[in-house]
Design a protein around this ligand. Structure first.
Ligand code: NDP
Length: 321
């Protein structure tokens, strides 16, 4: 038997309940992973609320790291005891979880399992945003919101490594300090950010805004763009963006919007390995810092969701079974 967090109805964090479960059995191509740590991600709050519907009952959790404790038929390249991580898993809020072998990453020597659970999902997101959704060039000035958050701290570091000037928004002085320590050049409050971005760019605006906040920042993000700029809308921490009149892209200066999703940017093994490889290389070279902002027992998953949605957190939250 094992413990897991099971959702039997959509709702507020109190629907995240600790339950006893049978240990899952690995099917063809699967690994059974003894979970060392599970990454908490915003997507699990959308799933818990039913905004991204998942059939009930379900165990949340897409990102985790641990050791392989059993192997399903047809798996090659992994052995029992191997240290693995995945950002495309299932049911990770548990002591044991199944992971598709072809979507699992071997955790390199010298990388702790809690860091391996903290980096893949938000790290590969920051990687695809800055390299693929909008390939940022040296010398560009860009805006990214929530610069002290999980994605925000990593994205800021990757943008700085590309030689960009980074403007970011945060709430509060402690978050501002963290964003600065990740390399942000200009740290703004949300109030009036679009006007401040125009001032910082001699009236031009920025070629790209990375916006994971959504509803609360959407209008300002469009207003902060330069002519022919791109809004990369990658999340909705403040709520979903209402339907858009496409004419606004015309009047805003021939703008582009994309609404990307990690699975589309990690679709092939080659792409996953490229993104994960660059992240782990940067980590081991000391060029990328992963901030673990909070560790919670599995039984406290509801509190982790409350804290995340109340904007009380910085960096990455982990569940430690
Ligand atoms: P964060 O750690 O960034 O937490 C969200 C942050 O958003 C908060 O800390 C807060 O920072 C800011 N925020 C602003 N307004 C609100 C609000 N009204 N309610 C809550 N938070 C608010 O989370 P993650 O790093 O896990 O995720 C960031 C975003 O990235 C999410 O929208 C998530 O869905 C998205 N995402 C998208 C992916 C994709 O492929 N499309 C993949 C992974 C994540 P502050 O207090 O400083 O304002």
């Amino acid at each position: 038997m094992m413990q897991s967090i099971t959702v039997t109805e959509y709702g507020d964090p109190s629907v995240l309940k600790l339950q006893e479960q049978q240990l899952p059995e690995p099917g063809p191509g699967q690994l059974l992973v003894k979970v060392a740590a599970t990454g908490v991600n915003y997507i699990e709050t959308y799933q818990r609320e039913g905004i991204y519907p998942v059939p009930l009952p379900f165990i949340p959790g897409t990102e985790y790291a641990g050791t392989v404790s059993a192997i399903g038929p047809g798996v090659s390249g992994f052995s029992e005891g191997d240290r693995v991580a995945t950002a495309s898993g299932d049911a990770g809020y548990a002591e044991y979880a199944l992971a598709d072998a072809d979507k699992s990453i071997s955790v390199p020597e010298g990388v702790d399992l809690d860091i391996a659970a903290a980096l893949p999902l938000q790290g590969m997101t920051a990687h695809y945003l800055s390299n693929s959704a909008f390939p940022v060039q040296t010398g560009q000035t860009v805006l990214t919101h929530a610069g002290a958050g999980g994605v925000g701290l990593l994205l800021t570091q990757l943008l700085k490594a590309k030689g960009a000037t980074v403007i970011t928004t945060v709430s509060g002085p402690e978050k501002a300090e963290l964003a600065r320590s990740a390399g942000a050049d200009h740290v703004l409050e949300y109030e009036g950010f679009a006007e401040e971005v125009r001032e910082l760019t001699d009236g031009h605006g920025v070629p790209v805004v990375f916006d994971g906040v959504g509803q609360a920042t959407f209008d300002g993000s469009l207003a902060a763009l330069a002519r022919r700029g791109t809004l990369v809308l990658f999340g909705a921490a403040s709520g979903p963006v209402p339907p858009l009149d496409l004419q606004r892209l015309n009047s805003g200066g021939s703008l582009f919007i994309t609404r990307p999703s990690l699975p589309d940017y990690t679709h092939t093994e080659e792409e996953r390995n490229w993104r994960a490889g660059e992240l782990f290389d940067a980590l081991r070279a000391g060029k990328l810092q992963v901030r673990i902002g909070g560790r919670y027992a599995l039984a406290d998953a509801a509190q982790a969701h409350r804290d995340l949605q109340a904007r009380k957190t910085t960096g990455k939250l982990l569940l430690v079974p």
